[in-house]
Design a protein around this ligand. Structure first.
Ligand code: FMN
Length: 132
C-alpha cells in the first residue's frame, strides 16, 4: 500500500528530439517526421539511470521498471542499484533479437555471483553516494 494511485512507473522512454543523418546519402535515416524522433540505447543510459533513481527515491513503495541503454548484465545491475524492480530492453532487442534476454540475465547472474549477492534485494536501491 502507498500514497499514490499507481503501483509502478516505467522510465524512461526514448528521449527527444533527435536526428540521425547518413552523410553518404545526405539524408535522414528515420522515415516519419522528416527524420526527427526519440533516441534510445547507449546515449540515454545516464539519463535513464538518473530518472530511475529519482523515481525510486521519491515514490516510496512504488515499483520502478527501468528502461534505457540496457544491453548487458552490468547495465541491468546499475539500474537495479538505482532501485529498479524490473528491466526493459528496447534497442538491444531490436539489434540482437530475443536471445539478448538470456544473455543479459546470465551476465547479471555471473556478476552477482562474483560480488557474493544471492538476491536482487541484496543490492536493489543501495547505490552508494559520495556526499559527506
Ligand atoms: C524498434 C523500437 C520500437 C519502439 N516502439 C515503441 C512504441 O511503440 N511505444 C513506446 O512507448 N516506446 C517504443 N520504443 C521505446 C522503447 O520502449 C524504450 O523506451 C526506448 O527505446 C529506450 O530503451 P532502450 O535504450 O533499451 O532502447 C521503441 C523502441 C525501439 C528501439
Amino acid at each position: 500500500m502507498n500514497d499514490f494511485p499507481l503501483s509502478f512507473v516505467t522510465c524512461v522512454n526514448s528521449i527527444g528530439n533527435a536526428l540521425f543523418i547518413d552523410p553518404e546519402t545526405e539524408s535522414v535515416v528515420i522515415k516519419p517526421k522528416q527524420g526527427f524522433g526519440g533516441i534510445g540505447g547507449d546515449y540515454i543510459k545516464p539519463t535513464a539511470l538518473a530518472n530511475v533513481r529519482q523515481f525510486y527515491l521519491r515514490l516510496k513503495g512504488i515499483d520502478v521498471v527501468a528502461c534505457g541503454g540496457v544491453k548487458s548484465g552490468v547495465d541491468a545491475f546499475e539500474h537495479i542499484l538505482c532501485g529498479a524492480t524490473a528491466i526493459q530492453v528496447g534497442t538491444q532487442l531490436m539489434k540482437e533479437g530475443t536471445k539478448c534476454f538470456e544473455r543479459i540475465s546470465k551476465e547479471l547472474s555471473n556478476l552477482m555471483e562474483n560480488k557474493g549477492y544471492k538476491f536482487l534485494s541484496d543490492f536493489r536501491g543501495k547505490l552508494k553516494s559520495l556526499d559527506c
